[in-house]
Design a protein around this ligand. Sequence first.
Ligand code: FES
Length: 151
Amino acid sequence: MSLRLTINGTRHEILSEPDTPLIYVLRDELKLKGTKLGCGLEQCGACAVMIDGKVALSCATPVEVFDGQEITTIEGIADTEIGKRVQQAFIAQTAAQCGYCTSGLVVAATALLSETPFPDDATTSTALTPHLCRCGSHPRVLRAVKEAAAT
Ligand code: FES
């Protein structure tokens, strides 16, 4: 069976086995290394991508589930107006320390602001809670989301 994915606006024919988790297709087959593998158990948020505009984890779900859907990875996030604002706000607020969780957080923040342009603090915290940052940069991440929402 041949799968076709649209990733960051480009159609790809996928050669990996259909039960391969999406992240391995992104990183190993398509060489899109911005999406990070953390726990591999859908518990840390490092592997987040957007599927049809909504945040989704890519580490455990087979690629065949995403057949025909629009996938946006961190490599394509700045192609959207909101994604560009979020990236710039993360930079301005130095909202990354080691950076391992950052791509997942930027993707999640972009999905949040796409759905809720002016989230209150509780809404932002709830949306970003599944994304773990062991460096403790969450206060700066929250400021970055607020800045991105305001610009
Ligand atoms: Fe997917 Fe941790 S790597 S949630």
